[in-house]
Design a protein. Structure first.
Length: 365
């Protein structure tokens, strides 16, 4: 499979690979043939003279390799090995992938698949019979300096939220688009970025391509960091509750009853309801759609209060309002557990402690 990464750009990479291999093993390169001189299937073929006999090394050459790129390279190498084994009089054919950059995740997949690798950082993995060379160095910076896709705003943030709710299950792009209420194009751009970060893994191809979130903790941490920088329209109110410990229940009783409410409890009062830790939460945070604060405040019987408030109304749309659900016991609408967790990152009181418990007991991330 001749590669698009040609000639002058890849020649230093080839020379670096051969030099590293010779320095590490002492083998001699008897022959080398590039794509144009090979019957089919690989970019480079080396014949090595070793104390254990002659070995052929079939090489796929790439610019950068991430886990999503492994499948095609391995298929080309395996196909070449199968088609040429008999022609070469049982000479061993060893598969290798070399690239300017091979990510850590891709390195592990190549090892597990029985293939060797080399990249511009000087990392070299070569294993065959009694031979093992394992030089591991941090991956070189990518030759293509691309701008990372911003993930935590607009429709892309909705995809992130839906991904976290997938709980590590396999999904198709269409399924994720439906769950996140976004387009397949938006889903694709988010997944491409997450694959570069190696937070998502894939299997299959074409219509059978499926992915799953494999590093949910990293994704949630990145979202939490971005969440703290956002600016939202918040207002402070006071609600009379004869029993402060029943603040959530009393507010829920007065809230509009609807099968598709435009509000939900979030933050400490919601998290403590799901995963009790605090004896009392004296502040109720409610998220509501933009332009509906006054309507909700009137329905709840709230009074404006710059000081001594016990209710905060937060205007939100998009990801913040996805996956709300109604609690059957209290009748209260609760924000997604992930949104509750994000709202606990405000440094207030014992919110950090409550966030840790929610993450362990409910989110399980």
């Amino acid at each position: 499979m001749p590669n698009e990464f040609f000639d002058q750009a890849r020649q230093p990479l080839i020379e670096g690979f051969i030099e590293s291999l010779q320095n590490a093993t002492g083998v001699k390169v008897l022959h080398r043939r590039h794509a144009a001189g090979i019957d089919r299937g690989v970019d480079l073929l080396l014949t090595l003279d070793t104390p254990d006999g002659n070995w052929d090394v079939a090489v796929e050459i790439k610019r950068a390799v991430y886990p999503r790129d492994i499948r095609d390279a391995l298929e080309a190498l395996q196909r070449y090995g199968a088609e040429n084994a008999e022609k070469r009089n049982a000479t061993t054919i060893i598969p290798m992938v070399i690239a300017e950059k091979i990510s850590q995740g891709a390195r592990e997949e190549l090892k597990n698949s029985g293939a060797g690798y080399y990249d511009a950082s000087g990392s070299l993995y070569f294993r065959h019979e009694r031979w093992l060379i394992n030089i591991d160095r941090p991956a070189a910076a990518s030759a293509r300096k691309t701008q990372r896709v911003p993930l935590f705003s607009g429709a892309k943030e909705m995809v992130v939220h839906a991904l976290l709710h997938s709980k590590g299950e396999w999904f198709t792009g269409l399924e994720l688009a439906e769950r996140s209420e976004t387009s397949v194009f938006t889903v694709s751009s988010v997944l491409q970025e997450l694959e570069l970060r190696e937070w998502v893994e894939s299997e299959g191809s074409g219509r059978l391509l499926r992915r799953r979130l494999c590093r949910a903790g990293d994704l949630l941490d990145a979202w939490a960091e971005a969440w703290q920088q956002r600016k939202e329209n918040r207002s402070n109110w006071y609600f009379f509750s004869s029993n402060p410990r029943q603040l959530l229940e009393n507010l829920a009783r007065k809230a509009p009853k609807s099968s598709s409410a435009s509000w939900a409890f979030t933050g400490a009062i919601a998290a403590n309801y799901l995963s009790p830790l605090l004896t009392q939460v004296d502040l109720a945070e409610l998220e509501t759609l933009p332009g509906t604060q006054a309507q909700l405040a009137d329905a709840l019987g709230l009074k404006p209060a710059e000081k001594g408030n016990n209710v905060v109304l937060i205007e939100r749309s998009g990801a913040g309002m996805l996956f709300r659900r109604r609690n059957p016991q209290s009748g209260a609408w609760l924000a997604s557990e992930f949104i509750q967790y994000l709202d606990l990152q405000d440094g207030r009181g014992r919110n950090a402690e409550l966030a840790t418990q929610l993450r362990h007991d409910i989110l399980k991330v």
